[in-house]
Design a protein around this ligand. Sequence first.
Ligand SMILES: C[S@@+](CC[C@H](N)C(=O)[O-])C[C@H]1O[C@@H](n2cnc3c(N)ncnc32)[C@H](O)[C@@H]1O
Length: 341
Amino acid sequence: MNPIAYKRCVSRVLANPVLLSGVRLGKRVKLFQAMQYLKHPCDINTLASELHLKEPYLKELIHSYVSSEVMTLTPDKKIIVPDWTIFKEAFLDPELTYLRPFEKVAPILEKCFEENGPAGYTHDEAPYVLDYVRTLRQNYNIPLAMELSQLISVHADSYTDILDVGCGTGDLTIPLASTLGSSSVYGCDISVKAITAANMASYKVDNVSFGIEDIHNLPKSWGGKYNVILMFDVLHDLQYPEKAMKQLLNVLKKDGILIIVDPKVSSDPRKNIGNIQAAQALTLSTWWCVPSSSCDHGSGNGVGWGWENKEVFLRNMGLNVRSRVCLIKSDYNYAYVCRRK
Ligand SMILES: C[S@@+](CC[C@H](N)C(=O)[O-])C[C@H]1O[C@@H](n2cnc3c(N)ncnc32)[C@H](O)[C@@H]1O
């Protein structure tokens, strides 16, 4: 990449506080120092072992740099910084700080990066990143809920009982229930803090209720109960997606539908190059989705798992993807409407 084009990429990152927090994280875990020391194009596994860092964490962070083009991926999947002079001038400023809500979670995340550090953290242990993400989405919750309700009315034979798994603070569950007044909507999440907030926010809506549940272990009494199950921005956060999906299929009625919404980031890092939305999603994933999915030594999938791998996963779980759409004309997510094969 020529220096002018590279400067343009660097400026885009400097103007984006999420991406900039990702760069600061790379500095904190000594990634750039190691790359300069190793000099030649480096592979991610070698960097992880040299630095005694966990590979899934480092990979997600580096793939965010590749998407924003501050780093380049060689055809044999090694990484280089195109111009160290420009890079250092922009990013190695000691004054560079984390985005304010990220400051609180940075010491925990930096520990999680370490080979022998904690596996990850839950929303209750470190709610700051998800709280920030909620502020980014707050103006879109009602349009998203309207479109979800349309998908439900078009694809579901019946929608008397709807389950929103991993509902968080109910930001979508509550407007969805308001739109589908004749349905009974239940939101569940493993986070006590999120469910407490959801209960408080929903007092005016009669057909919605919330409870604390782990997707990997849903109540036996729910067998075949739900016509519609929604899983919004959760699949890639899960420790054991296969176990979770078996549980969901167990509580879904035979002719029910499953709506899974997940970020539209490619499984192939090369296909995300120049995609700032993907870069941002991968950075946020380093702060939240990788730690969440790594808890209890789980999958560590995060957003970088990618939509192609997720489609294979859904098919392997015995699901038929009936429809795949981008909600609210945004390129950020794919919404999959699935039925049993
Ligand atoms: C990115 S948030 C999405 C929240 C909500 N669906 C939304 O879009 O507003 C992911 C949620 O998944 C929840 N989660 C992660 N692992 C879970 C598990 N094993 N069981 C239930 N919920 C889980 C987290 O607590 C978090 O609230």
